[in-house]
Design a protein. Structure first.
Length: 742
C-alpha cells in the first residue's frame, strides 16, 4: 500500500519592503519550504487584502532566473557585466583587505557608502550600514534624494505630527491631491477617497500631467511645473481678502497671521494666473471651495519638492488648512508623511558616536560629480560600497556616474538581487535576500501601522540579508562592539522604543499574532492646536530657524554637525525654478521644454523594470510630448527622438498626447539603461542641484530640447524600437484604475 504524502503548508505574515507610502501587510503561503503565493492581508485596514500590480507577483522577483545567488568577481571590463562565482570567504577577504589598504594609503574618507530606499525596513533599509561605516571612519553620506525638503517644510509649519490619518479620509468633503498620482503611487488611499466621494466629497487633482488619478478626479487643474507655491499664496490671498478664514482658529492656534496676510498681498489671482498657467477664475473658485467645504484635506506628493523653491511651496500649501480651520474636523487637515509618531531609535541605527569630528559629508545625489572629482576632493573617493540603490538610473547626470564607475582606480562593491546597471560596474557583487527571506520591522510614510515581516523561506543560494552582510564585514574587520553582534531578533527589540505612548498595547507577541498594529494616535489631533512646534501652534512664521544647508538627522548617516547656509525665509514665499523661461530666458531659448521624470505605474523606481511581466505591462521607454510641441518640431507619433541639454542626452519614442501641458515633456522614470535599445534614460539630462530646503534633489528643475533622432540605427534596433512603440500605444487609450475594495 502506497503511503499518503502530506505537504506542509504555512501562511506567514509579511510586509512590502518597497519605497511606497502604502507599506502593505502581506500573507505569504509556503508549501514544503517554497513560497507559492503572496497576497494582501485582508485584515489590515489599509491594505484591505489587495496588493498593487507591482508586488502582487512578487514571487516572480524571488524566483527569477536572473536572481543573484552567489558572490561574484568581475572578470571582464567594467560595465560589461562579466563575472565569475567566488566564495563568501574570498569576497569578504577581498573587500576587507581593500578597506584596509585604502585607509592606509588615503585615509578612511576615501571610502564612500551609497544607499537609499531600495528597502524601507528598519533593520535592512536605508540605515542598515551606518554603524559599520561610521565605525570604519568612512565619508558620511547624505541621502536626501527625496522627502527631506518636504519634511523640513512641513515640520517648520506643524512640527513632527502625523497630521490627518489616511483612515479618516472617508469623512472628508473636499479632497485635494496636490502633486500626488495616488492610483500609481498611493493606491491604497483610493478606497478611502472613493468612500468620501460616495458621501458627496469633491476630488481635485493639481498636477501638470493628466495622470490616471487626474482622469478619475472631479476636477483636474493642470499647473505649470514648479509654481505650486504661487498657487497656494494666491489661494490665501483670496481666502484672507474675502473673509473666508476661520478667525477663531487663527487667533488661538496659529502664529504669524498678520505677517502672512501682508505677504499674500503680493500674490493676487491675476498675477498667480500668469505664473501658474491656471485661469484666474479657477484660482478664485479653488480657494473659495476649499475654504467653504469642510472638512477639507490636502494630500501632498513628494513631486512638489523637486524644484528650486519646493520647500517654500510646501510651506505655503501647509498653511492652507489652518487658515480655514480644517484641522477642527474629522477628515480635515493635511497628510504629508505620517511617519513622525513612529518611535524609531535612530541612535541605535546610526551609532553616531562612532563618527570622528570633522568627517566630511558628501551628498550622493551628486555622485557623478563626486566620482569624476569635478570638485576636487582630498582624498578622492577610491572605494564605493553600494546597497539598496541603483544610482546609474536613479541619480542625476548619468554620464558622469558612468564615467566615474569606469575608473580603473575605483574599487566598487555592490550588494544586489540582480545585475543592475550599477552592478555591471562592480568589482565584487554580493547576493542580497528578498523580503520573504529575512526578518524586518516596517514603519510607513503613508499610514500609521507598524508591520512585521517574518522570514517565510530560507535564503536562496547564498544570499544574505543586509543585516547579516554587515555583521560579517564587521567580524572580518575585527570590530568588537556589541552592536555588530546583535541578531535580527535582538535588533527588532532595540530599533523601536516599545515603551512610547503610541506603542501602548503593542508588543512583539501582538505583531506575531496579526502581523501589524496601529499606533495609538488621535483621529482629530489638532482640533485645538496642540502642534509639536516651538510655539505649540501652527507657525505661519516659522520659529524653527532653518537654513539652506539644514538636513534632518534621519536623512544623514549620522547626527554630525553641518556648515550653515543662507537663512530660509520664515514666511512662505514663491521661488521660481532655476531653469524656466521666467527665471532664465537665455537658457530657455536653447532648451525651451521643461522635463518631468514621472513615477511609472508598474515599477518602484528601478525595481521590477527588469522583470518581463512588469516590463510588458508598463510598456517601453517613451517621451510624452504635447501635440503643439511635436508639431513645431516635425515629430510624429512613435518616432524616435533625442532629448538633450548641456548635461546629457537620452532617446525614446515620442508619444504625442495632450495629457501633458504645452511646454512640458514627460519621461517615465525607472527604466534600466542597458535594457533600453535607444540608450540612456531620463536622468542623463537631470540636474544635480538641490532644492531650497533639505538638500533634496531638484529633479524637476531641468530644461531640455527635443528633436528627431538621426536614423542611423541597425535594422534590429529599428525593429526593437518599433516593438516598444507598439507596447506603449495602448497607454493613449482610456485606462481603468486598479480596483481596491473598501
Amino acid at each position: 500500500m502506497v503511503g499518503t504524502v502530506h505537504k506542509t503548508l504555512e501562511v506567514v505574515h509579511g510586509a512590502c519592503p518597497h519605497d511606497c507610502p502604502d507599506t502593505c501587510s502581506m500573507l505569504v503561503t509556503v508549501e514544503d519550504g517554497r513560497a507559492t503565493k503572496v497576497e494582501g492581508n485582508p485584515e489590515h485596514p489599509f491594505t484591505q487584502g489587495t496588493l498593487c500590480g507591482k508586488v502582487s507577483d512578487y514571487l516572480d522577483r524571488v524566483y527569477s532566473e536572473d536572481r543573484l545567488l552567489y558572490p561574484m568577481r568581475r572578470v571582464g571590463p567594467k560595465g560589461s557585466g562579466q563575472f565569475e562565482r567566488i566564495s563568501w570567504d574570498e569576497a569578504l577577504t577581498t573587500i576587507t583587505e581593500k578597506f584596509k589598504a585604502t585607509i592606509a594609503e588615503y585615509g578612511a574618507e576615501a571610502i564612500m557608502p551609497c544607499s537609499y530606499l531600495g528597502h524601507e525596513g528598519l533593520l535592512n533599509g536605508l540605515t542598515v550600514g551606518d554603524a559599520f561605516f561610521n565605525r570604519l571612519g568612512a565619508t558620511v553620506t547624505e541621502r536626501t534624494m527625496c522627502i527631506s525638503c518636504t519634511s523640513t517644510a512641513y515640520l517648520m509649519t506643524y512640527g513632527p505630527t502625523h497630521g490627518t490619518d489616511p483612515d479618516t479620509f472617508r469623512h472628508s468633503k473636499y479632497i485635494v491631491l496636490w502633486g500626488c498620482n495616488a492610483l500609481s503611487t498611493n493606491v491604497h488611499l483610493w478606497p478611502f477617497i472613493q468612500a468620501a466621494r460616495k458621501n458627496g466629497a469633491k476630488l481635485v487633482s493639481i498636477d501638470p500631467v493628466r495622470t490616471r488619478t487626474a482622469k478619475q478626479s472631479d476636477w483636474h487643474i493642470p499647473i505649470r511645473p514648479g509654481t505650486d507655491g504661487a498657487l497656494a499664496l494666491g489661494m490665501m490671498h483670496v481666502i484672507i481678502n474675502e473673509g473666508l478664514t476661520d478667525d477663531d482658529y487663527i487667533e488661538n492656534y496659529t502664529v504669524g497671521f498678520e505677517e502672512l496676510k501682508a505677504r499674500v498681498q503680493d500674490y493676487p489671482p491675476e498675477k498667480v494666473a500668469e505664473i501658474t498657467g491656471i485661469a484666474t477664475e479657477d484660482i478664485i473658485t479653488l480657494a473659495r471651495e476649499f475654504a467653504a467645504t469642510q472638512p477639507a484635506v490636502i494630500r501632498i506628493g513628494v513631486a512638489l519638492e523637486k524644484n528650486a523653491g519646493g520647500g517654500q511651496g510646501i510651506r505655503a500649501i501647509s498653511c492652507l488648512p489652518a487658515l480655514v480651520g480644517a484641522w477642527r474636523h474629522l477628515g480635515g487637515g493635511m497628510l504629508q508623511a505620517p511617519m513622525w509618531p513612529f518611535p524609531i531609535r535612530w541612535d541605535v541605527v546610526h551609532r553616531p558616536h562612532f563618527i570622528k569630528p570633522g568627517t566630511r559629508v558628501l551628498n550622493q545625489w551628486q555622485l557623478g560629480r563626486i566620482l569624476t572629482n569635478e570638485v576636487p576632493l582630498d582624498p578622492p573617493v577610491k572605494m564605493l560600497f553600494v546597497y539598496n540603490c541603483n544610482p546609474v538610473t536613479q541619480a542625476a547626470e548619468q554620464e558622469k556616474i558612468l564615467t566615474g564607475l569606469a575608473r580603473d582606480d575605483l574599487f566598487t562593491v555592490v550588494s544586489e538581487q540582480f545585475l543592475t546597471d550599477t552592478a555591471d560596474y562592480a568589482d565584487i557583487v554580493l547576493p542580497a535576500t528578498t523580503q520573504v527571506e529575512n526578518l524586518d520591522l516596517m514603519f510607513s510614510w503613508g499610514h500609521t501601522y507598524v508591520t512585521l515581516n517574518n522570514a517565510a523561506i530560507a535564503p536562496l543560494g547564498e544570499a544574505v540579508s543586509n543585516t547579516e552582510l554587515f555583521r560579517r564585514l564587521a567580524a572580518k574587520m575585527g570590530f568588537e562592539e556589541d552592536c555588530f553582534k546583535l541578531s535580527d531578533e535582538e535588533l527588532t527589540m532595540e530599533v523601536l522604543d516599545w515603551s512610547a505612548p503610541v506603542m501602548d498595547g503593542i508588543d512583539m507577541d501582538v505583531l506575531k499574532a496579526q502581523g501589524y498594529a496601529k499606533l495609538k494616535i488621535e483621529d482629530v489631533p489638532h482640533a485645538e492646536g496642540n502642534f509639536p512646534t516651538p510655539s505649540g501652534k501652527c507657525e505661519f512664521v516659522s520659529g524653527m530657524g532653518v537654513d539652506s544647508n539644514f538636513v534632518l538627522p534621519a536623512f544623514r548617516q549620522g547626527y554630525e554637525t553641518y556648515e550653515p547656509g543662507e537663512p530660509v525665509d520664515p514666511l512662505p514665499t514663491f521661488t521660481p525654478q532655476r531653469e524656466s523661461a521666467r527665471s532664465n530666458p537665455k537658457l530657455a531659448e536653447r532648451y525651451p521644454l521643461s522635463l518631468m521624470s514621472a513615477k511609472p505605474h508598474q515599477f518602484v523606481n528601478s525595481c521590477f523594470a527588469n522583470l518581463p511581466k512588469h516590463a510588458k505591462l508598463q510598456g517601453g521607454p517613451r517621451l510624452i510630448i504635447h501635440p503643439e510641441d511635436a508639431k513645431a518640431r516635425d515629430i510624429t507619433d512613435g518616432q524616435l527622438v533625442k532629448v538633450f541639454n548641456d548635461r546629457g542626452i537620452f532617446q525614446a519614442p515620442a508619444m504625442i498626447n495632450d495629457m501633458t501641458r504645452q511646454g512640458v515633456v514627460v519621461a517615465p522614470l525607472g527604466y534600466w539603461r542597458k535594457l533600453n535599445p535607444a540608450g540612456g534614460t531620463v536622468n542623463a539630462a537631470t540636474s544635480a542641484t538641490f532644492t531650497d530646503m533639505g538638500h533634496t534633489a531638484a529633479v524637476g528643475d531641468s530644461l531640455v530640447e527635443v528633436a528627431v533622432a538621426v536614423e542611423n540605427q541597425s535594422p534590429l534596433r529599428t525593429q526593437l524600437l518599433s516593438m516598444i512603440s507598439s507596447l506603449f500605444a495602448r497607454v493613449k487609450k482610456a485606462e481603468t484604475p486598479t480596483k481596491v475594495g473598501v
